[in-house]
Design a protein around this ligand. Structure first.
Ligand code: GDP
Length: 466
C-alpha cells in the first residue's frame, strides 16, 4: 500500500485497554460503551456472539450479543470497529451500542471490565488522543469546552479552537521567535570577529510585530471569557422596583434553569439566560435597602461586592414613585462603585409612571416589564453594553481559557524583555534566553511542552467516557 504522509501514524502507542460508558447515565434509546487500547477488538470479540470480529475491517458495524463468562446473554448490541490509527484515540477502539437502560449499560460495561479491561479515568480517551498526536492540547481542551458550552457563541468558540485555529496562531508566533533566535544566534557565532550586527533593525521589527500580534490575541480574552462563562449581570434597586418581574419577563419559560452558583450570597439567586447567542447569568440582589436598621453603608457595600464579580450592572428605578434625594444619592454611589463595569439605569413600570416628570434623571431606557414595553430594546442594550469596548467579531478567534491567557502574557513579557535587551545593546545571549523562554511559554498552549500536573488538571475537567 502507498505510504501515508501522516506522521501521526508512526507515533501511536497502544496503551492498556480501558473502557467507559460514553453516553450520559440514564434511560435512553441507546447507550455507547467505548473500549480503547491494546487488543480492544480481541477483548470484545471474546464476549461477542454473532460474528468473528477479528476478521472484520475497520469502520464496520456488527450485530450480535454480548455474553458473560457463563455464556448468558447480557444484551443485544451493535459494535463499531476502529483499527489503529484511525480512531479518536489513535488506538484500536470498539464502540458498543447497547440498550440505554442504567442497569443494562452497567452490565455490559462490567462484562467488558471482567475481560481484563480497566475503567477509564475522566478524559482519558481524549488524553490518549493528545498523547498520540491526534490533536494539540488546545484542541483537547476545546473538546471539554464543547461539551460544557452553555450558549451558541460559546459553542462557536469551542469549534474554532477544536479546528486548530488557536494552534495555528501559536505555531506562527513560535516560527517568528525561531526566526528571531536564528538571527540572534547567528550574531553570537561572529561575536569574536567583532562583526557589526547587521540585522538589528530587522530583528527589532520582527519582535515588535510579534509583540503586537500577541497583544491582539490577548485582547480577545475579555470577550472570550464572557462568551464562555457568561455575562454576570446584577440587578439592583429598591424593594418593589420590579427586579423579579423583569427577571421573569426576560427568562420567560426557561426560568426552570435556576442554578445555585457557589460563592454568591444567600439572598441572591442566579438564573441562566441566553440572548442572541450570549449567555447571561442574572443575579437578583434581593432588595439592597430592605433592612433599614443596618448601617447606612451596608447596601452599597454589598453591591460593591456584587459589582466586583459582575460584568454588567442594571439599576432599576420605579417610575411610579417620586425619586427621593436618598435614592438619587444611592444611584450616584452605585454608578461610582461600578467603576469599569458597565452600568445601565432603567426606569421601570413606565405604564404607571408619574405624570409629572421632574426627576431630571437620564435613563438609558424606560420600560414596562408587565406590558413588555421596551423589553427587547433592553435585551439589546444589555448585550451591547456588556460587550462594548471589547473585541467582538463573531467570526474571529477568541482566547477563552485563562490558562492560554496566562501563557500568552508570559510569552509577551519575555518578548518585551528581549526588545528591551536589544534596545539597550545587550549581547545576543541575553536575547536568546528571553526568546527561548517565550518559545516555551507558547509551547505550553499547544502541548509541545507540558507537565503531568498541567495534563491532570486539564483532563480532570472532562467527564468519564470522553
Ligand atoms: P422587586 O422587589 O424589585 O423584585 O419587585 P417585583 O418584581 O416583586 O415587583 C413589585 C411590584 O411591582 C409587583 O406587584 C409587580 O407586579 C409590580 N410591577 C413590576 N413591574 C411592573 C410593571 O412594569 N408595571 C406595573 N404596573 N407593575 C409592575
Amino acid at each position: 500500500t502507498a505510504p501515508t504522509d501522516s506522521k501521526q501514524e508512526n507515533s501511536i502507542t497502544e496503551r492498556e485497554p480501558i473502557a467507559a460508558i460514553a453516553t450520559p447515565v440514564g434511560e435512553g434509546g441507546i447507550a455507547v460503551i467505548r473500549v480503547s487500547g491494546q487488543e480492544a477488538i480481541a477483548k470484545v470479540n471474546s464476549a461477542f456472539q454473532g460474528t468473528d470480529l477479528a476478521t472484520k475491517e475497520s469502520h464496520t458495524v456488527h450485530f450480535g450479543n454480548i455474553v458473560d463468562a457463563e455464556g448468558a446473554v447480557v444484551d443485544e448490541v451493535l459494535v463499531t470497529l476502529f483499527q489503529s490509527p484511525k480512531s479518536y484515540t489513535g488506538e484500536e477502539t470498539v464502540e458498543i451500542s447497547c440498550h440505554g437502560g442504567v442497569l443494562v449499560t452497567q452490565a455490559v460495561l462490567e462484562t467488558i471490565l471482567a475481560l481484563g479491561v480497566r475503567s477509564a479515568e475522566a478524559g482519558e480517551f481524549t488524553q490518549r488522543a493528545f498523547l498520540n498526536g491526534k490533536m494539540e492540547l488546545s484542541q483537547a481542551e476545546a473538546v471539554a469546552d464543547l461539551i460544557h458550552a452553555k450558549s451558541a457563541k460559546a459553542l462557536d468558540a469551542a469549534h474554532q479552537q477544536l479546528e486548530g485555529k488557536l494552534g495555528k496562531h501559536i505555531k506562527e508566533f513560535r516560527q517568528q521567535i525561531i526566526d528571531a533566535t536564528a538571527m540572534v544566534e547567528l550574531e553570537l557565532d561572529f561575536v569574536e570577529e567583532d562583526v557589526e550586527f547587521a540585522n538589528k533593525e530587522q530583528l527589532h521589527e520582527l519582535l515588535t510585530d510579534l509583540d503586537e500580534e500577541i497583544d491582539n490575541l490577548l485582547a480577545t480574552y475579555e470577550t472570550g471569557r464572557l462568551v464562555k462563562h457568561g455575562v454576570r449581570t446584577v440587578f439592583i434597586g429598591l424593594p418593589n422596583a420590579g427586579k423579579s418581574t423583569l427577571l421573569n419577563t426576560l427568562v420567560g419559560k426557561d426560568r426552570a434553569i435556576v442554578t445555585d452558583i457557589a460563592g454568591t450570597t444567600r439572598d441572591t439567586i442566579d438564573v441562566d439566560w441566553s440572548y442572541d447567542g450570549i449567555r447571561f447569568i442574572l443575579t437578583d440582589t434581593a432588595g439592597l435597602r430592605e433592612t433599614e436598621d443596618v448601617v447606612e453603608a451596608e447596601g452599597v457595600k454589598r453591591s460593591q461586592k456584587a459589582f466586583e464579580e459582575a460584568d454588567l450592572a442594571v439599576y432599576l428605578k420605579d417610575l411610579s414613585q417620586t425619586l427621593t434625594p436618598q435614592e438619587r444619592e444611592d444611584i450616584a454611589q452605585f454608578q461610582q462603585a461600578a467603576g469599569d463595569t458597565p452600568f445601565v439605569l432603567i426606569g421601570t413600570k413606565n405604564d404607571i409612571a408619574l405624570q409629572v416628570d421632574d426627576e431630571r434623571m437620564s435613563y438609558d431606557l424606560k420600560i414596562s416589564a408587565l406590558e413588555g414595553e421596551k423589553v427587547d430594546a433592553l435585551k439589546q442594550l444589555m448585550k451591547q453594553r456588556a460587550l462594548e469596548n471589547k473585541h467582538y467579531d463573531a467570526s474571529s478567534l477568541l482566547v477563552t481559557s485563562s490558562r492560554h491567557r496566562d501563557a500568552l502574557q508570559k510569552a509577551q513579557q519575555n518578548v518585551t524583555s528581549a526588545i528591551r535587551a536589544l534596545d539597550q545593546g545587550m549581547t545576543g545571549d541575553f536575547l536568546s534566553i528571553d526568546l527561548r523562554s517565550a518559545l516555551k511559554d507558547l509551547g505550553t498552549i499547544t502541548g509541545e511542552i507540558t507537565t503531568e500536573d498541567v495534563l491532570d488538571s486539564i483532563f480532570s475537567r472532562f467527564c468519564i467516557g470522553k
